[in-house]
Design a protein around this ligand. Structure first.
Ligand SMILES: CC(=O)N[C@H]1[C@@H](OP(=O)(O)OP(=O)(O)OC[C@H]2O[C@@H](n3ccc(=O)[nH]c3=O)[C@H](O)[C@@H]2O)O[C@H](CO)[C@@H](O)[C@@H]1O[C@H](C)C(=O)N[C@@H](C)C(=O)N[C@@H](CCC(=O)O)C(=O)O
Ligand SMILES: Nc1ncnc2c1ncn2[C@@H]1O[C@H](COP(=O)(O)OP(=O)(O)OP(=O)(O)O)[C@@H](O)[C@H]1O
Length: 443
């Protein structure tokens, strides 16, 4: 049996990058269990591997969270180098708030709080310049489509980027007609599965932080100066309060995580900027823009079931019955025809009363907002308000019940829609791109 309480230290033991782009990240729990995660990243001939060592360190420390979570021990040991203070602050948040949902689900009673060692502050002031070559991560969902269209609108030179090569990513890139760099990732799934079956802890990890660091490494190796994520404003809102902390399933997509990650990137000295292009917008606003891009409607998939690592369990498209499918259906509905939406999802979800509780939960009615990538309760209420006034939707069984049982209690406030669709000024988007964000996201 695996007894999580017996382990004291999670160790970062080795990391390497070969000239062919083979990344090897090695970890250990005390002296007992070793874990190896691998990536293949694209590397051009003659790339300066030494220059990206600090980013490799960052990826090593960030990706360790998948293995740390097996026991969540009190200590970590960084045996290949010491993070600078900003990096240590980012990692401490990632291994604590980033594992908040994990702590709730496993009823740990408290969030993990490992202390990372702090090396001296590194004097690596990098002059920030106007973006010129942009890498746009594409996960196959609607948000990255909107981000890539904003970058296209700006006229900047850009390339798409994916970790893995899933069908929704391929379809999106084909519609975009833009080149894509691909990184492959291998986790020791068999080992994790065996440990989980014998008592190791399991739960959600802050995956966007891992994807961001792989994108950063790929950008630095291939001469890109900018990585534009598609993390929306709504991703900063939490799900529940636990151990005095607002626990957010999407912690690594939040504005707080972005600020901390940018601090850590500053310490790498890499001449690569990273920010979220969609930070000013809510999911409702992004859905409105995406509804106006019909060329992508048969290509995208936002359902998380497409991300499963085991090919046997992975779906190629929408499952049509999970919180993420319900949320995306709900926020697209005000801006799309019912038949078009049914064609995308394979079912008319707002006609299916069996899914009523799931839709109501998006407004935190009957429980807390689900641990999934769904927008704020207020946005879901705003979407329901729009549907209540829309002859195409208002008589659909689920909409009628949401209006009768949720809106009647929470109030049908028109200000909700305008505030959900307003763009916020809190973001890290540089001047060269912000007008293009406004152009695509403002109706
Ligand atoms: C696809 C999915 O939603 N997976 C979540 C699910 O895991 P499941 O066992 O059903 O399938 P796998 O993802 O294939 O995982 C197999 C095992 O491997 C572990 N693992 C996986 C990825 C990783 O980076 N590290 C790992 O250790 C995993 O724990 C399994 O034992 O349930 C898990 C537990 O709640 C979730 O952690 C899985 O989530 C994946 C990490 C994932 O890729 N999720 C994204 C679709 C996702 O949630 N994106 C967020 C973005 C916010 C964020 O950055 O956190 C979102 O859309 O909300
Ligand atoms: N496997 C991946 N490869 C590259 N980028 C990814 C991957 N998974 C997620 N991302 C990126 O991480 C960010 C957050 O992902 P998220 O799933 O929220 O976005 P999305 O897939 O574009 O949209 P949606 O919310 O509709 O699923 C986005 O910038 C997305 O492009």
């Amino acid at each position: 049996m695996f007894d999580p309480s017996k382990y004291r230290t999670f160790r970062f033991t080795e990391r390497s990058l070969s000239p062919e782009g083979a990344v090897r990240l090695v970890y250990a729990l005390d002296d007992e269990h070793e874990f190896v995660e691998e990536f293949d990243v694209p590397v051009p001939e003659g790339a300066d591997l030494a220059a990206v060592e600090p980013i490799l360190d960052l990826l090593h420390w960030v990706a360790g969270v998948s293995y740390y979570k097996t026991a969540a021990p009190p200590k970590v040991a960084c045996e290949t180098g010491t993070p600078g203070p900003a990096t240590a602050a980012f990692l401490e948040a990632l291994y604590s708030e980033g594992l908040g949902e994990f702590a709730v689900v496993n009823q740990l009673g408290a969030l993990p709080r490992p202390r990372f060692p702090r090396g001296p502050a590194r004097d690596v002031a990098v002059e920030r310049r106007a973006p010129q070559r942009v890498l746009v991560p594409v996960g196959g969902g609607k948000d990255s489509v909107v981000a890539l269209e904003i970058v296209r609108h700006s006229g900047l030179d850009f390339t798409l980027f994916s970790v893995r090569d899933d069908p929704a990513m391929q379809r999106t890139a084909a519609v975009a007609g833009v080149e894509r760099l691909i990184a492959q990732r291998r986790l020791p799934l068999k080992q994790l599965g065996e440990l989980n079956r014998s008592g190791a802890l399991n739960g959600h990890v802050p995956i966007t932080a891992i994807v961001s660091c792989v994108a950063l490494l790929t950008a630095a190796l291939n001469g890109y100066d900018t990585v534009t994520l598609a993390n929306e404003r709504s991703a900063s809102a939490g799900n529940v309060v636990y151990d005095g902390v607002e626990v957010n399933h999407q912690f690594s997509k939040s504005a707080r995580a972005e600020a901390l990650l940018r601090g850590a990137i500053g310490e790498t000295g890499a001449p690569v900027d990273l920010f979220s292009l969609l930070r000013p917008a809510s999911e409702l606003g992004i859905a409105r823009t995406f509804a106006g891009l019909p060329q992508y409607h048969a290509a995208f998939t936002s359902c998380n079931a497409i991300f499963r690592l085991d090919p046997e369990l992975r779906l190629a498209s929408w499952c049509g019955n999970c919180p993420k499918c319900r949320f995306v259906f709900l926020v697209l509905a005000p801006f799309m025809e019912p038949d078009a939406l049914r064609d995308i999802f394979g079912k008319a979800m707002l006609d299916d009363l069996d899914q009523y509780e799931g839709f109501a939960l998006l407004t935190a009615t009957g429980g807390h907002k689900p641990f999934e990538c769904v927008g704020e309760e207020e946005e879901s209420l705003a979407a329901i308000s729009l549907l209540a006034a829309d002859p195409r939707w208002k008589h659909r069984p689920v909409v009628a019940k949401l209006v009768a049982e949720v809106l009647s209690v929470r109030g049908d406030d028109p200000a909700r829609v305008s505030s959900a669709l307003a763009l916020s000024a809190a973001h890290n988007v540089p001047d060269e791109l912000i007008d293009h964000v406004d152009a695509l996201l403002r109706a």
